[in-house]
Structure formats: structure tokens, C-alpha cells
Design a protein. Structure first.
Length: 429
């Protein structure tokens, strides 16, 4: 029996990104690179960038179509993943530096290599993994390394570890996360906690791009909303022509549709990333630690309002586009009705003009009969004058007797011509 050609690739995709296994103590540095704003991804350049790092350490290359890779790079284990909008690099090393969250830990990614990246940094983080200390020692460490106002910490995964972070960028340009692990927690579980924290930070950062998009279009939406309201008010008055109002509505509707098309992907991505953030927090199964706010509470206070702003902007944009479309349809109906009234008035005017033309034609025909009869009587008179003496009539009397039959004959001829002309038109129609 033949397999579907995608059966194995799709089945393997479920196992493509295994959690790392991390001993305690250890450290990790994390980097996410996204395309520059307004540019699309260049996957060939991203692969070349990865290979440049691997070649520095003589590491093996991933398969040409690979979306993930892990292997030894010097003293670190490097994990690379390609996602829909970004690529991530995570480097793990055993042991800890003497200085907590030392920026030198990030030197696993050389400065010139970072400068050559085919994109920009979406986020980066330094993670410190330590054995779980006593509450007093841990409290002192939290106070020393994080901003108290933003600090979020919690026991996670049924007490397997305590995680902490303030989601602030430190002077070196990185986020900081601390994981203190209970003695009974195994390496695989430590790796899961670390990966979920990294994913939480990455998808939180990518979600916030939707907020930037919403803020960018906000002033223009305000302006378009005002113009749309004014145009809809003009629809209720007769001072401004319907054609001019319809042109303004079509212009606004076109711009709103363009804005919606350009923002559609970002808003959709923000919704997806927000769902992942919520899911990752749920997976940590947080318990409050020492009365401090949890990561979930931090996100509800700081992150959720931003996401509601994005959702409100998306709804507002869609609502304004619908309003403009409905107003345009109403105004087009009004224009059609006005045009029909104008057409009816034009037809009535044409009917009146046709009646006048008919009356004028009849008048002209009557005058033509008189003129033709006058010349015809003269001709008949010239022909009949020699007979006047024979029959004993004067020329005047002979001319008078010729007038009625000549006029009647001319009238019959003109009427016949008009009848044949009208019959030809009817036949042609």
C-alpha cells in the first residue's frame, strides 16, 4: 500500500523540535531574528547565516530543507529553529559564570556574525539555571537582578522550579530569566521549562508588533472617521451634490480597504501569537511564590491590554470599512433615483420638443402646399390661356377655376409623400 507523499514529513514534524536536556547548573543564551520591517524573509540568506556560524566551529550542516538543527558548537550546544516569521538560536553551556547574567555569555554569537544577520533582533535573553536556594537567598537574588516593579515569579510545574523575570531589557540589550530548580527535577523537565520561557518571550515580543501597527494607523483612522462622519452628514442635506459625496466615500472606502489588506497579516499573526503566549503560561502551571505576581498576572496587567487595543483597532478598521461601504451603497441608490428622475424629465422634454417639431412640420407642410399651389396655378394658367377665348372665359375666371383642383392635387401629393415617409420609418423599426 502506498503512503501519502507527506505522511512521514508531517508525522516527523510533531517530533521535530524536542526539548533540550539540561543539567543544573547551566546557562543559556537565546536570540530571535526577524526580517526588517517592510521586508520579506530570505530563507537562503538565513541558511547562509547559520552555516557561517557552524563553519566557524567546524560543525556539521543541517539538511538543505531542514527547519531545525542542534549540535555542538565549541563548548555550547546550539539549537536552531526556523519559524513562520523568524529564526531562533539557543546556546546551552554547562556551569555558571561568576557574574550573574554576564553579557560575555552572549559572545557565543560573534559580533561580526550578528552584524551580518539577514534581519533584526526580535528579542534576546540570558537565562541562568541554578539549584533552588532558600527563600531568603532567592529573594536577595531577585532583588539584585530584577526591577521590583516589573518582577514576576512563580513556582511552576508542581514545584519543579521557581522562575523569575522582569521582561525588561538590561543594559547589554537582553532579557533576563532566572530558573532555580528543585533537586528532584530531571534534565528533560528543566529543558521544557527553559523552552517555554523562551517561547513565551518570543511570542510576546512578536505579538507586540500588532500594537505598533495599531498605533501607527490610529491617527489616520481618526482622520478618516471624521471625514466619513462629515460625508454621511452631507448625505442628509441637499447642499452638496450626491456625485461629489459619492466620490469622497469611494476614496475613503478604497483607503480603508488598503489599510485592512496591509494590516490583515499582522493582526492575524498577533491573535495567533497571543494564543500561544496564553497557552505557554498555562503549561507552566504556576503557583504563587512569596506573594509576588505570577507571569500570568504580569501578562494580564501589561500584555492583555495591548492585545485588546490591537483587537479594538482591527474591529474599528473593519467597522469603518463596512460603514463606508453601506453609505456608498445608499448614496449610489440615491444617485440612481436622481438619475431616473432626470431621465424621466429628459424624456418628457423630448416629447414636448417632438410635439413642437410635429406642429412646425405641419405648418411648414401647409405653407408648402400654398407655395406649390401658387406656382402650379400659374403654370396651369399659362397652359390654359390659349383656350380661354375658345370657351369664352376670361383669363381671371379660368385661373380661378383652376385653383381648387390644383390645390387639391398638391395637397394629395404632399400627403402621399408624408405617408410613404412615415410608413418607411415604421417598417425600418
Amino acid at each position: 500500500m502506498q503512503d501519502h507523499p507527506l505522511r512521514y514529513p508531517l508525522a516527523n514534524e510533531l517530533h521535530a523540535r524536542p526539548f533540550p536536556a539540561l543539567d543544573v547548573p547551566s546557562s543559556a543564551v537565546y536570540l530571535a531574528i526577524a526580517p526588517k520591517p517592510g521586508q520579506s524573509r530570505d530563507r537562503a540568506a538565513e541558511r547562509a547565516h547559520l552555516l557561517a556560524l557552524l563553519d566557524r566551529h567546524g560543525a556539521d550542516h543541517p539538511a538543505p530543507d531542514a527547519t531545525h538543527w542542534s549540535g555542538q558548537v565549541g563548548r555550547h550546544v546550539l539549537k536552531w529553529e526556523s519559524h513562520t516569521e523568524f529564526v531562533t538560536f539557543t546556546a546551552f553551556a554547562p556551569g555558571l559564570t561568576a557574574r550573574a547574567f554576564d553579557p560575555a555569555e552572549f559572545e557565543v554569537f560573534p559580533a561580526d556574525w550578528l552584524e551580518a544577520a539577514p534581519g533584526v533582533r526580535a528579542t534576546s535573553a540570558v537565562i541562568r539555571i541554578e539549584p533552588l536556594a532558600e527563600d531568603a537567598v532567592l529573594g536577595a537574588a531577585l532583588a539584585a537582578h530584577f526591577v521590583p516593579e516589573s518582577l514576576a515569579s512563580a513556582r511552576v510545574m508542581e514545584g519543579a522550579a521557581v522562575v523569575a523575570g522582569d521582561f525588561r531589557i538590561d543594559p547589554a540589550g537582553h532579557m533576563r530569566f532566572l530558573i532555580q530548580v528543585s533537586p528532584e527535577t530531571g534534565p528533560q523537565r528543566v529543558g521544557r521549562i527553559l523552552q517555554r520561557l523562551c517561547e513565551l518571550e518570543t511570542y510576546k515580543s512578536m505579538s507586540m508588533l500588532g500594537l505598533a501597527c495599531a498605533r501607527e494607523m490610529g491617527p489616520r483612522l481618526d482622520e478618516l472617521d471624521r471625514k466619513l462622519t462629515e460625508l454621511m452628514a452631507d448625505m442628509r442635506s441637499t447642499e452638496r451634490g450626491a456625485e461629489a459625496t459619492l466620490g469622497g466615500l469611494l476614496e475613503i472606502s478604497a483607503e480603508l480597504e488598503d489599510m485592512a489588506a496591509r494590516a490583515a497579516f499582522r493582526f492575524a499573526a498577533t491573535r495567533a501569537y497571543e494564543a500561544i503566549v496564553t497557552e505557554r503560561i498555562a503549561m507552566l502551571r504556576e503557583e504563587r511564590y512569596e506573594g509576588r505576581q505570577t507571569l500570568g498576572e504580569f501578562m494580564r496587567r501589561r500584555f492583555d491590554p495591548a492585545m485588546r487595543t490591537v483587537a479594538a483597532s482591527e474591529r474599528r478598521l473593519a467597522g469603518m470599512a463596512d460603514r463606508a461601504m453601506r453609505a456608498g451603497e445608499l448614496l449610489r441608490t440615491r444617485v440612481d433615483v436622481e438619475r431616473q428622475a432626470q431621465n424621466q424629465a429628459l424624456l418628457a422634454s423630448m416629447d414636448r420638443r417632438a410635439d413642437l417639431q410635429l406642429q412646425l412640420q405641419r405648418t411648414v407642410e401647409g405653407l408648402s402646399v400654398v407655395a406649390i399651389s401658387y406656382y402650379a396655378v400659374s403654370l396651369v394658367g399659362y397652359l390654359a390661356y390659349p383656350l380661354a377665348e375658345v370657351i369664352g372665359l376670361s383669363k381671371g375666371m379660368l385661373t380661378a377655376l383652376a385653383v381648387p383642383p390644383v390645390v387639391l392635387a398638391v395637397w394629395l401629393v404632399v400627403r402621399g409623400i408624408r405617408s410613404r415617409h412615415g410608413g418607411g420609418d415604421a417598417h425600418g423599426g
